[in-house]
Design a protein around this ligand. Structure first.
Ligand SMILES: C[S@@+](CC[C@H](N)C(=O)[O-])C[C@H]1O[C@@H](n2cnc3c(N)ncnc32)[C@H](O)[C@@H]1O
Length: 221
């Protein structure tokens, strides 16, 4: 017997909370329903709980769009954390964020935390130089890559920004599952290469699914 559709959302939130905790589930739920994150609730809640355990001092997100996933990070980051958002206005894979989004990102921060934003192609050498300047010698604790989803694009983001992540820090990738309907999303090919080389974890809903798109992969570098 299947559940009435009105109960599907609450049941999904309950089962996600049982698995990943209420805090991460609430953050992920708000990110999706209020801030337009294109994510699956259990997958994002799993990532949020892993980042919360890390309590990062420095978070860098490449690909922020409307600020959905970014809305999760200040709550689980350390007091005084630096939060960085890089996005390309009118970029591919969702279309980037303009001024109203920048104002919203600032509202997610807790007192004492700092926001830095760059609206520019992450692949430009100037973008890396800007980030290195902003970091001022601090390593990244958590890097979320959700910008250019082409094979060359995700590879370049990982090779450019991955070395700035501290040993034991996390790099997360969205869209690790193949989706025949979205062949332009090539993160799955890169993830297949990468996951064997690192301590890797996957958040996939429902567990065991191997196609159909989305899914989050995390490596500890
Ligand atoms: C899938 S959306 C990000 C969604 C967001 N993380 C969320 O779930 O709430 C991808 C974003 O990456 C941006 N983007 C695409 N290519 C980029 C690039 N080369 N540099 C920076 N941002 C890029 C797009 O403009 C878009 O805003």
């Amino acid at each position: 017997m299947s559940l009435p559709s009105s109960l599907l959302g609450p049941v999904r939130r309950l089962t996600t909370a049982a698995r990943h905790g209420w805090g991460p589930t609430r953050l992920a739920d708000h990110a999706i329903r209020r801030h337009q994150a294109v994510q699956r609730l259990p997958e994002l809640a799993g990532l949020v709980s892993m980042v919360a355990a890390l309590k990062p001092n420095v978070v860098v997100e490449v690909g922020t769009r409307h600020g959905g996933t970014f809305s999760c990070w200040p709550t689980v980051a350390a007091d005084g954390a630096l939060l960085v958002s890089m996005d390309l206005p009118a970029g591919s894979f969702g279309g980037g964020s303009g001024d109203p989004v920048l104002a919203r990102l600032a509202e997610f921060l807790r007192p004492g935390q700092r926001l830095e934003t760059l609206r520019q192609d992450s692949h430009l050498p100037a973008s890396r130089e800007w980030l290195v300047g902003v970091l001022a010698g601090r390593p990244i604790d958590f890097l979320f890559l959700d910008g250019d989803h082409s094979l060359a694009g995700i590879r370049q983001d990982f090779e450019t920004y991955g070395p700035l992540v501290r040993k034991g820090g996390l790099v997360a990738f969205h869209d690790i599952l193949p989706d025949p309907g979205n062949a332009h999303i090539q993160v799955p090919e890169f993830w297949a290469e990468l996951r064997g080389r690192y301590d890797a974890r996957e958040f996939i809903d429902p567990p065991g699914r191997t196609s159909g798109g989305m899914g989050i992969g995390v490596v500890r570098v």
